[in-house]
Design a protein around this ligand. Structure first.
Ligand code: B12
Ligand code: SF4
Length: 532
């Protein structure tokens, strides 16, 4: 009997940009007594059905974008006699769907670190429960990933999580409702150990897979002080200090290490935090700009973000402190006009951000936007074939609309084409070449150009290449480019790299074994989740 963990994907490129972290964390949570799990990342290659035998346990992670593929893998595994278990954000929100469409024996809602050993044990005893409440575990309980099970030749960047949860409440984002608004920080010693293990393997580029790396702002601290809330102030200060302590340790690592994270643009007001990031080699951050106008920001409950000139200045400040910005923008907001597209790309170029992504408004389950839309649709349900549009992920890719929520003045096609033009302008050869001047030498400049083009190819999925011949060509191109990029990110392994000796105990992997107690200290159920 074997445990398989499958990261489903319709697109396999042979090489992937970032490691899907959950695979290696659940591998760490797999009871040692069943042996090492078989890890399948379909963004590299598709699963081979014959590897699954009757009695095996197959764990599948689904987010909304890959749910359909995930369910197909689950049905295939069940038909071959395996125990099928789903987890991940989409299964957390729609456990019944995973049971019906994905033929799940069991679904884990929330964090899998502590729940997984119990699920495996129950499956092996032939008695899995239908639903396991993984809950939101404490940061100190997050498991370190089993990087020893990864093929380092296949990935450009590894991913390490330092914090989960986000105190904000953006209308298009589900993180604050699923992962919670309380930042859950992992022990920084455990983070550092994991990064050292990755550097030994030859990884020097690491994505910090955090919801929000800057969870405590100056405004939060000021408000707590003004309200005389000493307990809150101390709690926030402790979180901030822990972030700084982590960065102090990262700064001691080999100088060729490069980190990338995600945070809000409020970090631009916090020079000491930015300087600590720069010293720690956190060279870039995805910053949710979303919209460049005050109306647009209000529409997504993000009116604390900057707009206009102040926005350009804030982003430039982050860059001046040595942290490159990947700006994330949303198109298709009700406040968008045709002129918004040009204004956005002009702002992105003016602010000097190094990378940008321009995504089309998508109502993701679990968000405020989704809840509102589902309520509106309950009066007159729009159907696509036999699927209600509010279950768009169940529509086969070829007949899936490119936008789900109608815009008051622009058609979906117009928004899609204008979005595509914005990608083309931002990632034209001229602007890329200009931006590549930030690189210290010609090799890194070439790497930058390749990566810019690859990023555009992989993420500018606004549906322009809809015919299969163009899609095939585009995938071939991405496969080739991904191979070249991988080489540029490779570093010489440092097997002898020593790490600090900590005086605290850290969560070890292989826990849970067969005693079946590992799930017992899992915290509360996901009572706040909508959309079920
Ligand atoms: C890092 C990250 C990325 C990175 C790296 C992705 C990668 N290769 O890993 C990048 C920047 C590339 C990225 C891209 C995108 N992302 Co993203 N990403 C994240 C982020 C911040 C962290 C994910 C992570 O690694 N967490 C660490 C691991 C350990 O946690 P985990 O995956 O949640 O797994 C735990 C549990 O869920 C559970 N679990 C998970 N799987 C399974 C399976 C089983 C069997 C079991 C038992 C348990 C279990 O156990 C795990 C351990 O506790 C999440 C936010 C979040 N809070 O999830 C968004 C998130 C997953 N991303 C999201 C989105 C929308 C995207 C994009 C579509 C954005 C875009 N518009 O382009 C793309 C899609 C890319 C793709 N094709 O997959 C959404 C998904 C929403 C949804 N309903 O599907 C999230 C939730 C953020 C959000 N704003 O809502 N992303
Ligand atoms: S979009 Fe970013 S800032 Fe807003 S709630 Fe989600 S993680 Fe937090």
């Amino acid at each position: 009997m074997r445990v398989h963990l499958v990261n489903p994907s319709d697109n396999s490129f042979g090489t992937a940009v970032i490691t899907p972290r959950w695979l290696f964390v659940l591998a760490a949570a797999t009871p040692t007594a069943v042996g090492d799990p078989i890890l399948v990342d379909e963004s590299l290659e598709q699963i081979v059905p014959e590897t699954i035998q009757p009695g095996d346990v197959v764990g599948i992670s689904v987010h909304t974008g890959n749910a359909l593929r995930g369910y197909a893998v689950g049905r295939m595994a069940r038909a071959r006699g395996a125990w099928v278990v789903y987890g991940g954000i989409h299964a957390t929100l729609f456990p019944d769907e995973a049971i019906e469409r994905g033929e799940a024996h069991a679904v884990v809602k929330g964090d899998g670190d502590l729940a997984w050993p119990k699920v495996v044990t129950d499956c092996l005893a032939g008695k899995p429960e239908k639903i396991y409440e993984g809950g939101r575990i404490e940061g100190s309980e997050f498991l370190a990933a089993r990087w020893d099970l990864m093929d380092p030749r296949k990935y450009m960047w590894a991913s390490v999580q330092t914090i989960r949860g986000c105190p904000k409440h953006c209308s298009f984002c589900s993180v604050w409702r699923t992962d919670g608004q309380k930042p859950r920080q992992r022990k920084f010693q455990s983070v550092v150990d994991e990064i050292i293990a990755l550097r030994r393997l030859g990884f020097c580029f690491i994505a910090l897979a955090d919801d929000n790396f800057y969870p405590v702002t100056f405004t939060d601290l000021r408000l707590a002080r003004e309200q005389g809330n000493t307990a809150k102030f101390d709690e926030l200060t402790a979180i901030r200090n822990d972030r700084l302590a982590l960065m102090e340790e990262l700064a001691k690592l080999p100088k060729d290490m490069v980190f990338f994270t995600q945070m809000t643009m409020e970090a631009g007001e916090d020079s000491s935090f930015l300087d600590a990031m720069c010293k720690a080699n956190i060279k870039g951050a995805l910053v949710g700009v979303e919209a460049v106008t005050p109306e647009g920001l209000k529409a997504v409950y993000k009116d604390w973000n900057y707009s206009g000139e102040a926005l350009a200045k804030q982003l430039q400040t982050i860059k001046q402190h040595g942290v490159h910005v990947l700006g994330s923008f949303i198109f298709g907001l009700p406040t968008d006009k045709p002129s918004t597209f040009d204004a956005t790309v002009a702002m992105a170029l003016k602010a000097g951000i190094t990378f940008a992504q321009f995504v089309m408004m998508t109502p993701f389950p679990g968000t405020v936007d989704f809840g509102r839309w589902e309520k509106e649709q309950s009066q007159h349900v729009t159907m696509v074939g036999d699927v209600p549009i509010t279950r768009y992920w169940m529509i086969p890719a070829e007949s899936r609309p490119k936008m789900y929520t109608p815009h008051p003045t622009m058609s979906s096609d117009e928004i899609r084409q204008r979005t595509q033009q914005v990608w083309d302008k931002f990632y034209g050869w001229g602007p890329i070449w200009k931006r590549s001047a930030c690189c210290p030498n010609i090799t890194s400049r070439i790497a930058f150009i390749f990566l810019s083009k690859l990023y555009r190819q992989m993420y500018a999925n606004t549906g322009i290449s809809t015919d299969s011949a163009r899609r095939k060509k585009s995938r071939r191109w991405a496969r080739w480019t991904a191979r070249q990029c991988k080489r540029l990110f490779q570093a010489k392994p440092m097997p002898g790299l020593e790490g600090p000796k900590w005086e605290i105990g850290l969560p070890a992997f292989g826990r849970g074994a067969f005693e079946g107690v590992a799930g017992s200290n899992v915290s509360g159920p996901f009572s706040v989740l909508p959309g079920k």
